[in-house]
Every structure is written in structure tokens, then in C-alpha cells.
Design a protein around this ligand. Structure first.
Ligand SMILES: [Zn+2]
Ligand SMILES: [Zn+2]
Length: 268
């Protein structure tokens, strides 16, 4: 059984549980350790069952809970070498929990690959996982559409993909100019339109489930993200709801699905 639970997703904090049989992987820990522990309990898991924490990059919305989780529960933390250098708490993490994130790795029975993404961090990555003929992909904090990202999502059964902002909401919103510029730059975040365009370019495995993730609380809404992506894909002739199933995510509320019960509704 594969399960995915997005515990929190958005500019205010990110953490996702990918569970492959008895192997549990947490991607990012950008909310407090307490919230992560409670979130895991709520979806039937336990913080003590986490085998590895994978870090995408060093921004605070991805690392807030890492130090406490590693110290208190001795969970191995995997991060790129350059990213480790940027982690302010690295000296407080027990040595045996400091692990290097290689380009390809195995965690238990799961084959993991990192891929480069364009974002204003030192060595930001996304992930693909292969487990029992299933492929899963994770890509947030993506500044531009690249072949690497398109390839990573191609053929996946489940993908977590950033849909950070609605372009008009960002343009008209309250953020200062430099921040608007940073977000919409090629090393910032994907808009809902970008996210749709990536999905239109991938080799789509029918029944692909996509979690639209890392939504800005100021410049996006879950329903707007889903509508924008669905409208674009329908225009391209895609049967949204059958060929591709879109899931909304929320900053405060966990969402998830079990991969082997494809046709069931996602768990609330
Ligand atoms: Zn970031
Ligand atoms: Zn982020």
C-alpha cells in the first residue's frame, strides 16, 4: 500500500508523508515538530515510524521542525551537501542523523531520485520515487518549466506539483514589488498557469493524481488553482476527472490518498 498525506502545504510551511508499505518518508518539515507529530497521528501514522526526512532546500517554510524531530526522535535527515551548510541548526543535529542526499538512493525498498529545480536556494531538488511498479513525483518551489521537471512527472501515478499563485492575484495583491518580482521570476514559484502547462506537457499515465501544492495564502485559493489547471487541461483535450484527477491542498489541513484504491475519493 502506498499512501500520501500532505500534512501542510503553502508558503507558511510544508510537510508531506509518503508511505510505501512499512517505509515512511517525510518530505520537508517546515512546520513545528508538534504539528507534524499531531498530523501524523491524525492520518494513522506516528512520528517514531518515520524512516527518513528528505529536505528539498533550506528555506524556512521547509525546515522549521527539522531540528526538534531529529534531536528528539533520532530521525535521519537527508539533505544535499550544500544545503547542509545553509542549515542554521546543523551543529545541533546528532551526527548519525546527518545524511547526504545523493542523486539516486535507496531507502528501504524505495528507489529515490533527486532532480534539480530552478529556485533561489543553494541546491534545490524535487524527488521521484519508484516502488512496486509505481512512480511518484514531488516538485514544489519550482521557478520555471524545464525538461527535467516534465520528465520527472512523466509516467507518474501520483504527483505533488506546485501551483503557488494566481498571476492576477499576485499582480494586484499587497506584496511589495521586489517580492512580486522574486515570486514570479524563473527562480521563484510556479503560477497556476505554469502548473497547468507542465501537466499538459508530460507523458501522462491515465489516472494520474495530482496534488496542487505550495499555494500562497495571499495570492491563491485552492478552488482557483484547481479551476485554472482543469480549464487549461480541458482546452488541450484532457479528460479531467478520469485521465487526471486533481486534488486541492491547504496550508492548515491535511489531505491525502491511498494509491491502491485509485477510484476511491481522497480521504479528508
Ligand atoms: Zn523555497
Ligand atoms: Zn517553499
Amino acid at each position: 500500500m502506498i499512501e500520501i498525506h500532505i500534512l501542510a502545504s503553502g508558503s507558511t510551511g510544508n510537510a508531506a508523508l509518503f508511505q510505501f508499505g512499512s517505509t515512511s518518508i517525510l518530505i520537508d518539515a517546515g512546520i513545528s515538530a508538534r504539528r507534524i507529530a499531531n498530523g501524523l497521528k491524525a492520518v494513522g501514522s506516528d512520528v517514531r515510524a518515520i524512516d527518513a526526512i528528505l529536505l528539498t532546500h533550506e528555506h524556512s517554510d521547509h525546515i522549521k521542525g527539522v531540528e526538534v524531530l531529529a534531536r528528539r526522535f533520532q530521525i535521519p535527515v537527508y539533505s544535499r551537501a550544500k544545503t547542509w551548510e545553509r542549515l542554521p541548526f546543523r551543529d545541533n543535529i546528532p551526527g548519525r542523523c546527518c545524511c547526504l542526499l545523493d542523486d539516486t538512493m535507496k531507502i528501504g525498498p524505495v528507489d529515490l531520485e533527486c532532480f534539480r529545480i530552478s529556485h533561489d536556494a543553494v541546491d534545490p531538488v524535487g524527488f521521484t520515487f519508484h516502488y512496486r511498479q509505481r512512480k511518484l513525483a514531488f516538485a514544489t518551489d519550482v521557478g520555471s518549466i524545464t525538461k527535467t521537471v516534465v520528465d520527472a512527472l512523466s509516467g507518474a501515478d501520483v504527483a505533488v506539483l506546485e501551483a503557488n499563485h494566481d498571476r492576477e492575484m499576485l499582480a494586484k495583491g499587497p506584496y511589495p514589488g521586489f517580492l512580486k518580482q522574486r515570486i514570479s521570476s524563473g527562480r521563484g514559484h510556479l503560477s497556476n498557469d505554469h502548473s497547468a502547462r507542465i501537466l499538459a506537457q508530460i507523458k501522462m499515465k491515465p489516472g494520474l493524481r495530482v496534488f496542487l501544492a505550495h499555494l500562497s495564502q495571499q495570492n491563491n485559493r485552492p478552488d482557483i488553482a484547481e479551476d485554472t489547471v482543469a480549464r487549461y487541461l480541458r482546452k488541450q483535450g484532457c479528460d479531467v476527472g478520469r485521465e487526471i484527477i486533481l486534488h486541492q491542498t491547504h496550508p492548515q489541513q491535511a489531505v491525502g490518498c491511498r494509491v491502491q484504491s485509485w477510484l476511491n475519493q481522497p480521504r479528508p
